[in-house]
Ligand binder design. Sequence first.
Ligand code: URA
Length: 433
Amino acid sequence: MRMYDIIEKKKTGGELTDEEIRWFINEYTDGNIPDYQVSALMMAVYFRSMTDRETATLTAAIAESGKMLDLSEFGELTADKHSTGGVGDKTTLIVAPLAASVGCKVAKISGRGLGHTGGTVDKLESFPGFNTSLTAEEFFNQVRNIGISVIGQSEGIAPADKKLYALRDVTATVNSIPLITSSIMGKKLAAGSKNIVLDVKYGSGGFMKTAEDAEVLATNMVEIGKRNGRRITALITNMDVPLGYNIGNSLEVIEAISVLRGEGPEDLRRICIELASAMCASTLSLDIKEARARVIESLQSGKALAKFKEWISAQGSDGEYTENADLFPKAAIAYDIKACNSGYISHMDAEMIGNAATILGAGRASKEDVIDHSAGIILKKKNGDYLNEGDVIMTLLTNDEGRISSAEKMATGAITFADKAPELMPLIHKIII
Ligand code: URA
C-alpha cells in the first residue's frame, strides 16, 4: 500500500477501505509515514469528510493503536462520561460518585486543563495527597471495592491520537467532524467502558460555538460509538455562560461538594442529575424516569456524598476535606470587580472568563506551568441578572498581586450590559440516544 494513493483517493472524494485506514494509522503510529503526508491526508479529510463507516474504522484503529483497558470483569456495568470541555465544568466530580452510588462501575481516565477549560485531574489534585497515577492493580482493585476510580491520561492510551492531534493543531485541521469524533471516541473506546455519556457543550466557552454545530458532532459521536459496540447517549448543554459560580480548581471542588450535599447552584445540579441519570439508565437498563428517581434519592439521602468521601480517601487524600471546605487553603488576595453602571448582564463570554481564571493561576499558559489550586473566580452574577452601579459582579482570587490587572481587563471585557433582560439559551438543548 502507498500513502500517496490514499491521499489521492481522499483528495478526489473517494471512500477509503478499512484496510487503507488501519494501514495508515498503524504505519504512522510506528513512525513509518512522514508528517507531511499525514498532514495532506488530514486536509483532504477536512474538505472531503468521511462516511460513518470510514469514521468508525478510523476510531477503532486509533483506539487499538495502544493499550486497551480490559474492563470485561465488570460486565455491562461500566460507565464513562466525557465533556467536550467548558468553564466551571466540575460535573465529573459530582456525576462519577453519584453514578457509582447508584450501582455503576466508574473506571475513568480524565485529562488536565487545556487552554481556557479546566481539567478533572487538576481539580482532584486540590485534595492534598490525591493520587491520579494509580498502578493498574490499584485502579482495578478500587473499582472492584468501591465502584469508582479516576486516573490521569496514560501515555499508552491511543498514541495515534496524540500524534494526529499535534499535527492537526498546527495544520488548521482540528475542526473536522470525523477527525474530532475519531479523536474523542478513539480515546473513549480504549478506556473500555460499555456505557458512555457525552456532554457536548455549545456557546462562547464551548468547543462548538453553536447548538447546531454541537448537534452535528454529538450525532456523529453517538453513531460511531454504536457502530463500535457501545451504548451511548449525548447531552447537548449550554456553555455560553460558566457552569455554576466557581471557576478554579479547589473553588470548583468546594462547589461540587455543595451539590453533593443537596445544595449548590441550580444549573450545575440539574446538568449533573441529567448526566448521571443517562449513565444509570444505560448501564442498569432502567427507564430514564426510574434512573432519575434513583439519582435524586442518592443525592438527597447523602449516599452520593458518602461515595465521594470514600473515593477521595481511597485515592490517598483525607476524606475530612469533603465535609469541611474550610480545610482547603485560601488565596491570599481577593479582588472585587464592580459594575460601573446599572443594567442587566446580557452576555458573559465564558471563554474570556476562563482565560481570566487562567491568568490568575488556575490554569496553565504552557505545559510546564504550575497550577495554583486556590486561584480563580467566584461569580456573583450571571447572564440575565440585574446589577446596580457598584454591585460586585465577581471576585478574583490569586496569590500573585501582579496578575490582577490583566485578569481584571480580561474579565471586564467578557461582560456586556443591556437595559433589557436577555433571552437565555436553554441549559439542556437536546438529548441524542
Ligand atoms: N478534543 C479531542 O480530544 N480531540 C479533538 O479532535 C478535539 C477536541
